[in-house]
Design a protein. Sequence first.
Length: 689
Amino acid sequence: MLGEVLNVNLASYIIGKELKIVSDIPAQNAIRFELNESRFTGKPEAYELRVDNNGVVVEAGTDTGLFYGLQTLLQLITPQGIPYVSIQDEPRFNYRGLHLDVSRNFFPKEFVLKLIDLMSFYKLNTFHWHLTDGAGWRIQLDKYPKLTRDAAFRAEADWKTWWDGDRKFVPEGTEGAYGGYYTKDDIREVVAYAATKHIRVIPEIEMPGHSEEVFVAYPELCCTGKPYTSSDFCVGNEETFTFVENVLTEVMELFPSEYIHVGGDEAGKQAWKTCPKCKKRMQEEGLKNVDELQSYMMRRVEKFLTENGRKLIGWDEILEGGLPAEATVMSWRGESGGIQAAQSGHDVIMTPGGYLYFDFYQADPKTQPAAIGGYTPIKRVYSYEPVPDTLTADEKKHIIGIQANLWTEYIPNVKQVEYMLFPRVLALSEIAWSPQESRNWNDFKRRLNRHVALLQAMDVNTFPLSYEIETTMQVDTVRKVIEVTLDAERYPAEIRYTVDGTVPSSGSSLYERPIVVTDSARIVAAIFQDGQLMGTPTEKKVDYHRGIGKKIHYNSKLYSGYMAGGMNALLDSYRGGFTYLDGRWQGYLNDLDAVVDMGEVTDVRQVSVRFMQLTGPGVYQPGQVELLTSENGTDFVSRQVIPTEISPETSELAFQEYMFNGDWKARYVRIKATEVNKGFIFTDEIVIW
Ligand code: ACM
């Protein structure tokens, strides 16, 4: 039992000594593991750890508890020794997951084993293995050999080149082809190894969407019957169910996990509307629409899994058209799917994109390798609270845990997997394990910095943490000031700043407390080490401007917005950051035409407004921005039109500030952003002086 529990390699690595497992307990220099089932009844993952001058004792009711006690012990060891502690500990959630997409890019078994080690060190207990998707089928099956023979390799190693190109596969064995799959023996090895680390492995077999690769091998399973034409299974075709059940039968033989993930996300459903078989199925089953047709499939698959003693998990789209009776829902499009599922008595795993998608950028995109978008620095991950307040006490019990997801479109190799996962996994781990009350960013930051060094020593290509400064504003409309707080994920951090837009030097003001801005400041801040400025300084414009709190009117005919920060967010002084998901950016699907009422005719000397561009998710600059003013709200005078300088071809994140200077008498200040190319426009603040 002990041999199984003790992670000898990792322990001796960290302690730097040979570890021996003995049965007779020596008087000194020993770590005692004691099983005490009655003390820990009903708490299989709980443990107690005591370190004092008598030595080290780990006590738990199960091997798993002992294992977690050991992980804590390993994390406590420093070159100076082990601090005396007395810890009683158990996890907040019993589902603590990490997901890895191996379809878009393929990662060898050896890496998966390394990841299992790292997950267990941080007490994660569920590995969600996304084994199939449109970019490649990655699990060998006996009944359907063509899946791995014809749909697991491509000519282009780079996913984006392949995706922007013909998206074709080449047969296994093609010279120079990129790809791969796990053999059944590989899978058995991973599953067995994970079990020794108290980790369950949940396989995901995608359906009905994200399945282009299946139809390369078995085109008869999609509505057109032809390869490279569809991403969705034909739900009208009985052969689809024969295939799915045969696949799941082999999958269940390999994976003892009670949960089997069957995807369910982002099905196109279009072909179903005209496919004779799908239409017949809908008619026969009394299904009103294609959402119900997907639900029909999920219910049938759930029935099959249940008959085999398993449980179905799906992404939150499985709510559409009706949930299967016992399904567990993974809430990824925010939390609303999770909330809805919990309210209807279903278990939920929270994995919202804006917090737990680790394929998002973790620092200023300009400084990072290409990623899918977003901006989720570790502080944001750490701030996540998985149990929504809107749920009742009973509904809250259905939030069984959390998971971070790593989609790998932009992650070509294992080094980059490590870079995107670590150290954000540490924040995931702490949210999953520790009670919310005990979470403390400043304390976490201190431990985080120590662990980055530890991860590097363990040969993990961790993101080293950034030198960026986080600026947070607090607007006080009574005192008419803005307090600006500076923070960094590096610890300790000597932060120096200026308020006039100049680059700080080692003699600039040392940041010790929030900076109070009464009018306008251009704060530039950076971390200094040994007198040297580290990284790129962070700049933030802060204006307690004259538009704050004033009334805004959207000319309704033109308004169609994503009002993330509420109707007044363009006049609250809060600027947005690197992602339009941060609640500060307001999105509009058409032109923006907004009128600010200053309350009385007044002198206006400067108006500025900034727009974001990020073409991947469809966010563009307007073609131009016009300022108009009026004294009576009816007769507007055009003051200036500023054209857009950023080309719609620019795919990297880009911002343009449209700045109008003049000397006008006006009560109404009107901004018109027009000639929108396509997609959304996003702006964060109309600044009026
Ligand atoms: C997902 O990110 N499509 C689940």
